[in-house]
Design a protein. Sequence first.
Length: 85
Amino acid sequence: MTKHSNYERQRRAAETARVQEIERAWQGSIPSAVAAEFAAQVKAARERGPYERQPDMAPGTAPRPPRPGHEPKPKKEETNPRRRS
């Protein structure tokens, strides 16, 4: 856990209070029907929660693909086997 100085805590609290004051002023400046619709959308979004994070790579992709130009060499096909049975 990070410790913050008293000044930093006070600054953050003042910033939060100022943001809340601005939000209240904005909500007071818009028509009540629009404010109610906005509040309903915000409530629905908060209930839904964050989106599930999509995977970084496509399914079946190797975990660490080689850098461009550094792909592994293809295996040689032995045309003349060294041992004969």
